[in-house]
Design a protein around this ligand. Structure first.
Ligand SMILES: Nc1ncnc2c1ncn2[C@@H]1O[C@H](COP(=O)(O)OP(=O)(O)OP(=O)(O)O)[C@@H](O)[C@H]1O
Ligand SMILES: [Mg+2]
Length: 430
């Protein structure tokens, strides 16, 4: 065990889990945490220990702040200590200024993108974290259900960070077929595979000097995880089919709506990669846990959208506001926005009622049939949207993808997922 200080206070304790200590990792970590309450703990363990129950528990309980596999190189140790030092400072700054400051919004964008709206305790805490995290260059993992604003929060961090002048590049790891992820992320050389007619830079290269947003990171293919891990550790990678090692400097933000700890337990996500991504954590609560923020959001979006709908005077009736407040909103902010759009379209004389918002038509009402699971309902809606877009586009995938606001690759993967691929292939061949 060794301690690292900044001349005044111990800010990090490094515990090497080998030899005798390895058997007593938990008690050594607990003793260190007790002896240096303000310090951050780095566990350096044998690679096979990364998977152990003890290490998982120490991380889950917040005792260990970083875990690194042995042997530690000087460069790794320096980088890890830098992270711990940043964590230490962030926490110290947070404790000193844990005021509900600047609640209301974060992440104003220059190009008319919405602000992050919220004034309740949960969102004030999230805004405070966004501000603190933006001041660092450490990876951030954003968690939260679908539609809770993970991408918006990632942009808010980017826009307040030192690399705000650089690009914000997103890649949706779940929306790309697994065999294309490597080329999309790392780029490819000419002739790397059939159809690779020219060299193409990947998203990592595009994000040089900015932020790389790895969305739906839980879907990142297992076989590519070591390459991503290496990039996170060393900043280096090769394009698919390339020999040249490239070095890129980009801030990493990842997001997931699945439980990554569970994915680690079920061996679909590497524990060491999880540790690298999960340095700073931002959780966005579901709308149903945000209290009055839901009506604040509704008012904000009506204000934003009513002109575009040609109804500049439209407003929500008091009854509609109560219905909005009481609705469970399984689809979170995204679902709220589409209900408001529907309300703006259907309302008469500028009065948006709960019926206009669709909050009165409960499809399950009066029927004994159990409601579908959220996953089944989402899949059904996704399939219907693909079918409808293809119909409108006369079976032209590019036009359908454009209508849906997704790439052609994503459209193909959705068709594959919903068993529609053959159906459209047959039609286009005729
Ligand atoms: N706090 C907020 N204030 C204003 N708008 C918000 C807020 N949170 C989310 N939104 C809006 O809700 C929509 C969904 O947000 P976003 O795409 O960031 O969610 P997400 O968590 O990334 O969803 P998914 O998991 O489905 O990708 C966007 O239109 C976004 O602008
Ligand atoms: Mg998203």
């Amino acid at each position: 065990m060794s301690t690292v200080d900044d001349g005044h206070r111990v800010f990090a304790v490094v515990i090497e889990g080998r030899g005798r200590l390895r058997r007593h990792l938990a008690s050594a970590a607990a003793a260190a945490a007790e002896a240096f309450p303000a310090a951050r703990l780095l566990l350096a363990v044998e690679p096979e220990e990364l998977e152990s129950e003890t290490v998982a528990t120490l991380v889950a309980d917040g005792v260990a702040h970083l875990v690194a596999p042995l042997p530690l190189s000087l460069a790794d140790l320096t980088a890890d200590l830098h992270r711990l030092w940043l964590l230490w400072h962030i926490d110290a700054a947070g404790a000193a200024s844990d005021m509900p400051s600047g609640g209301g919004s974060a992440g104003a964008t220059a190009d008319g993108e919405p602000l992050m709206v919220g004034d309740g305790t949960a969102m004030r805490e999230a805004f405070a974290r966004i501000r603190r995290f933006a001041a660092t260059d450490v990876p951030v993992l954003i968690t939260g259900e679908s539609g809770t604003g993970k991408e918006l929060a990632a942009r808010a961090i980017h826009e307040r960070s030192a690399v705000a002048g650089g690009p914000f590049v997103a890649i949706n790891c779940g929306g790309i077929p697994a065999d294309l992820v490597a080329a999309e992320l790392f780029g490819h050389e000419k002739g790397a595979f059939t159809g690779a007619h020219q060299r193409r830079p990947g998203r990592i290269e595009m994000a040089d000097g900015g932020t790389l947003f790895l969305d739906e990171i839980g879907d990142f293919p297992m076989h590519l995880q070591p390459h991503l891990l290496r990039f996170l550790q060393e900043g280096t990678f090769e394009r698919v089919g390339g020999l040249e090692t490239l070095r890129i400097n980009t801030r990493i933000i990842a997001a997931t709506n699945v439980d990554l700890e569970e994915a680690v337990d079920s061996k679909t996500f590497r524990r060491d990669l999880f540790f690298r991504l999960n340095v700073l954590r931002l959780h966005l609560p579901p709308l149903r846990e945000r209290g009055d923020d839901v009506t604040l959001l509704a008012r904000y979006y009506i204000d934003r959208l009513r002109h575009a709908h040609g109804k500049p005077l439209a407003r929500l009736t008091p009854e509609a506001l109560v219905a909005i407040r009481n609705h469970p909103w399984p689809g979170n902010v995204r679902q709220l926005i589409s209900a408001l759009r529907r309300g703006l379209t259907l309302c008469r004389r500028g009065r948006i009622t709960s019926a206009d918002l669709g909050l009165n038509d409960d499809p399950a009402a009066g029927s004994e049939a159990p409601p579908p699971s959220l996953e089944a309902a989402r899949a059904e809606a996704e399939k219907a949207a693909v079918l409808s877009a293809m119909r409108h586009a006369h079976n032209r995938p590019s036009a359908a993808a454009e209508t849906l606001g997704i790439s052609r690759v994503t459209l193909y993967s959705l068709m594959k997922k919903h068993d529609l691929a053959r159906r459209f292939e047959l039609k286009t061949r005729r």
